[in-house]
Design a protein around this ligand. Structure first.
Ligand SMILES: Cc1cc2nc3c(=O)[nH]c(=O)nc-3n(C[C@H](O)[C@H](O)[C@H](O)COP(=O)(O)OP(=O)(O)OC[C@H]3O[C@@H](n4cnc5c(N)ncnc54)[C@H](O)[C@@H]3O)c2cc1C
Length: 383
């Protein structure tokens, strides 16, 4: 049992993806700093497989993420009713198990505090059992804020690792298989071949609602595997996700919903790719930045998140069209058209770094949604 008060340089509330990346970045680049993580769960990182393209992470920041990679492929497929394409791009997966093990390898045991955080102020984390961790800087990375301050669609999914005795035959990931029945919005299946006999199958929905019917989706995963001719022994590791797809909303209200004057990271800061709800690329960028500027103040964290929100307005506009203009079972057409565009444009899109030309290119040509509905959606749905 540590002392009632622990003092350190930087204290991080929440040992999920963002909190752990910051701790790892500081351990590597500022080893003189005493950095503590407070995580309520028994394991750091929860229960996730996180994936990203090489192009999501700047060359200069790769040192941070490379030790966490457990699977890597050099290309991937997308499948739509009228488009089948193999894209050449390095795709990587990291798992929460690996993140947990690596953080424990890098940080001395006393730096990881397993406890529930009750309160965070700019220089103090109060734990549920009354202990406190005081620090020059605290960073709150305890997951999402009040989502009711935002206008949202949802990307939701159930993923299962399945064993296919004799082999599944996949040599590369299928990042989107949208040839499946379109149910509950835009539906696609995502497959990661972890080894010759193991494939991670995730059934995903761009839906108007956050409700996740896990038993029904499990059945669809089994049916998908059977349709592929994969005789499986049933599911192994399972994960579920309901990620916000941000259409609009009030950044200030979202930020305030988790307190003012405090440095925040991860989805709590609103820093994500609004169309995918993915946070990894921004979490790596932020962690590398903190490691280079460990004197960042809470006001600088907030200013950065606000700039980020502003810069991502274009993706929220696309989300408005996706959810407001496209008939739910026709949403796949937007992605089908998108995947016909250039490989480099697609890479920049996922990294949240589309150029002006990319933005124009995505919106020009024959629109995949009715234009009148699109205009109505833009005026009606966005704040
Ligand atoms: C199943 C799944 C798969 C995903 N896959 C991808 C992907 O492939 N690529 C991608 O970029 N994004 C992905 N995402 C989206 C996003 O990147 C993740 O949700 C990511 O984990 C968010 O990171 P975070 O650090 O902000 O929050 P989290 O990783 O959720 O971390 C928050 C941490 O805070 C802890 N915590 C909360 N409350 C307290 C408390 N009171 N006291 C102490 N600790 C507390 C939690 O236990 C948790 O560990 C995925 C999300 C899910 C759910």
């Amino acid at each position: 049992m540590p002392d009632a008060t622990t003092h350190c340089d930087i204290a991080i509330a929440g040992g999920g993806l963002a909190g752990c990346l910051i701790a790892l970045a500081l351990a590597e680049r500022q080893p003189q700093l005493d950095v503590r993580i407070v995580e309520t769960g028994a394991a750091l990182g929860g229960n996730h497989v996180w994936s990203f393209f090489d192009s999501d992470v700047a060359e200069a920041d790769r040192w941070l993420i490379t030790p966490l990679i457990v699977h890597q492929w050099q290309d991937y497929d997308v499948l739509f009713p009228k488009l089948k394409r193999t894209m050449s791009a390095t795709y990587n997966s990291i798992t929460s198990d690996r993140l947990d093990a690596y953080v424990r390898q890098v940080l001395p045991a006393e730096r990881i505090i397993c406890a529930d955080v009750k309160d965070v102020t700019p220089d103090r984390i109060t734990l549920g059992d009354g202990r406190t961790v005081t620090a020059r800087l605290t960073i709150d990375a305890r997951g999402g804020g009040d989502l009711s301050t935002l206008k949202l669609g949802w990307q939701k999914f159930v993923g299962q690792k399945v064993h296919v005795p004799g082999g599944h035959g996949l040599t590369r990931p299928i990042v989107m298989d949208a040839t499946v029945d379109q149910i509950d919005g835009y539906r696609f299946v995502y497959c990661l071949p972890f080894d010759a006999e193991t494939v991670f199958i995730e059934d995903t929905y761009y839906s108007d609602t956050p409700d996740l019917d896990v038993p029904a989706i499990r059945e669809r995963i089994i049916a998908y595997a059977a349709a592929k001719g994969w005789q499986t022994n049933g599911g192994g590791h399972e994960e579920t996700g309901v990620l916000p797809v941000i259409i609009g909303g009030d950044f200030d209200a979202y930020w305030r919903s988790t307190g003012s004057g405090i440095a925040k990271a991860g989805i709590r800061s609103g820093m994500c790719q609004p169309t995918t709800g993915y946070t990894l690329p921004d979490a790596v960028r932020l962690a590398a930045r903190i490691a280079a500027h460990p004197d960042m103040t809470p006001a600088q964290f907030e200013a950065l998140a606000r700039r980020h929100w502003k810069a991502r307005g274009y993706y929220r506009l696309l989300d408005t069209m996706l959810f407001g203009a496209a008939v739910p079972n026709q949403r796949y057409r937007i992605f089908e058209r998108f995947y016909g565009l250039s490989a480099s444009l697609i890479e920049r899109f996922y990294a949240g770094q589309s150029t002006l030309l990319d933005k124009a290119r995505i919106l020009t040509g024959k629109p995949p949604v009715p234009i009148v509905r699109a205009i109505r959606a833009i005026w009606g749905l966005r704040k």
